[in-house]
Design a binder for this molecule. Structure first.
Ligand code: C5P
Length: 467
């Protein structure tokens, strides 16, 4: 049973710790993850703590492991606030930082760890952290405990939840605790909710480009393929231009939208795919009316994709600047990065289609990207593959090199995976059994292990998922 009162009480306890460090003039560091939910939750925590008058910095890291903990400790901050990471390493954090750390998170953790007084984790209060509470929503709960004027940061929590694909309610809506910041943002006039196509660039791109720019769900032959998309739509008689100017999706009439659905369903069906995928292309749209409608920041999902691109392209500072309100240089840089990011994704997907990089073992699709997938891109590639028609009934496990002696794994369950498995738990246990670290959610998890243990680790994962 969800216990919101207990969660609010814990958020207040954590905010009192922050206040104490502020009063004493101590230095605080917010440490967060590089994906969209990581950047928005870290920014939410940072912004609310900075506003309270404390001395605070923020840093985003791709993984929390012993090496990262040691390096953070060496920087000698007085208080460490971890967002979107930390739940799997609480004993280690305690050893390194004593009482001087807080964890605000939504990754699964043992109940005894959730009960720790310095941990604000959705699971500890009966909320499903994989579906009902993003890390950003948890950080928003802390921000509201610090000061209710932080209600104006509520839209950022929506971005984080969408970035972690927590739009799992009917018609791709947000559910559970994520509705708290959503409700606040609606009341503040910061978000408008409507029903429409979910393509990226809905309001900013020509229709065929918006379709080509959408990777989740992956539409074979159209995702990443602007020309094919144009050919498919004009071939079906859709009017894509108005007096020489390209029209966007938001400008199509209801009848034209219906026609577009039919064209897409026929296209997917003709390539042997499941035409029902088109229903995933329509749903609740979260728009931010105060943002410029000509930018991706106007749409919650596109904002999240922009943040993800910043994180995956090693520009977490740009992502954080966007979250903190920079609409000038940060936005210009981010718009360039997202083009490069899409190019990289496309290139990796093309390379995957050649040679022997992909193999299927039971229910698991293993991708060996050692030579061509950058470490920071593994999560994007595994998400993309798991949403594709080809692998949606599989678990996808993407591997690449991490430094000289380690391997990074990123795993996702396809939406139609038939068995009940918890990837977070499986990757944690498999990684620890070979001297590595792993963890995450039931549908998405990651691990880092010594390179020499790759066969052993993969065999354990395949056995646990398929056996
Ligand atoms: O790295 P990747 O994007 O595949 O991670 C998927 C999810 O698993 C993320 O939410 C990440 O924070 C989490 N994770 C974790 N512990 C790890 C690696 C990943 O909790 N060691």
């Amino acid at each position: 049973m969800a216990d919101l009162a207990a969660l609010l009480a814990r958020a207040s306890d954590l905010s009192r710790v922050v206040s104490r460090f502020r009063r004493e003039g101590k230095r605080i560091l917010v440490v967060t993850h590089i994906d969209a939910d990581g950047l928005s939750s870290g920014s939410l925590a940072f912004h609310s703590i900075a506003r309270s008058g404390a001395i605070v910095s923020v840093r985003a890291i791709p993984d929390l492991d012993m090496r990262a903990i040691e390096s953070l400790r060496a920087d000698r901050f007085d208080l460490y606030v971890f967002t979107d990471l930390g739940s799997g390493l609480l004993p280690e954090l305690q050893k390194a930082f004593g009482e001087n750390f807080l964890v605000v998170d939504h990754h699964q953790l043992p109940p005894e760890d959730a009960a720790r007084p310095n941990v604000l984790n959705a699971w500890g209060f009966g909320f499903d952290g994989g579906a009902e509470a993003s890390s950003s929503t948890m950080a928003y709960m802390l921000a509201m405990a610090v000061d209710e004027k932080n209600r104006d940061l509520s839209s950022l929590a929506i971005v984080g939840a969408l970035g972690d694909r927590q739009d799992v309610g009917e018609g791709r809506s947000l559910v559970g605790l994520n509705k708290k910041p959503l409700q606040d943002a609606i009341e503040e006039g910061l978000v408008e909710v409507s029903k429409d196509f979910l393509f990226h660039g809905r309001e900013t791109r020509p229709v065929h480009e918006a379709i080509a720019m959408t990777y989740t769900p992956f539409i074979p032959g159209l995702s990443g393929a602007k020309d094919s998309s144009l050919a498919a739509l004009s071939g079906a008689g859709l009017s894509l231009k108005d007096r020489g100017r390209w029209r966007n999706l938001a400008e199509l009439s209801t009848g034209e939208k219906q026609k577009l659905m039919e064209v897409l369903a026929a296209h997917i069906g003709s390539r042997g795919g499941d035409a029902a995928v088109v229903s995933e292309l329509v749903g609740e749209v979260y728009s931010f009316p105060l943002e410029d409608s000509l930018t991706p920041l106007h749409d919650g999902r596109e904002f999240a994709t922009l943040l993800n691109a910043c994180g995956r392209m090693d520009a977490t500072d740009v992502g954080i600047a966007l979250c903190l309100g920079d609409r000038d240089r940060a936005l210009t840089i981010a718009m360039k990065l997202i083009v490069e990011y899409r190019g990289k994704l496309n290139k990796a997907i093309q390379t995957l289609q050649t040679g022997d990089k992909v193999s299927v073992h039971g229910n698991v699709t293993v991708v060996i990207g050692d030579d061509f997938i950058e470490e920071r891109m593994t999560g994007s590639i595994s998400s993309l593959l798991a949403s594709s028609d080809k692998y949606k009934d599989k678990m996808v496990l993407v591997r690449t090199r991490s430094g000289e002696s380690e391997l990074k794994f990123s795993s996702r369950l396809g939406d139609e995976f038939a068995k009940e498995v918890n990837l977070g738990l499986i990757l944690k246990e498999a990684a620890e059994s070979v001297g590595g670290v792993g963890g995450g959610h039931s549908m998405a998890a990651g691990a880092k292990i010594p390179a020499t243990k790759k066969e052993e680790f993969t065999a354990v994962v395949v056995e646990r998922v398929s056996g």
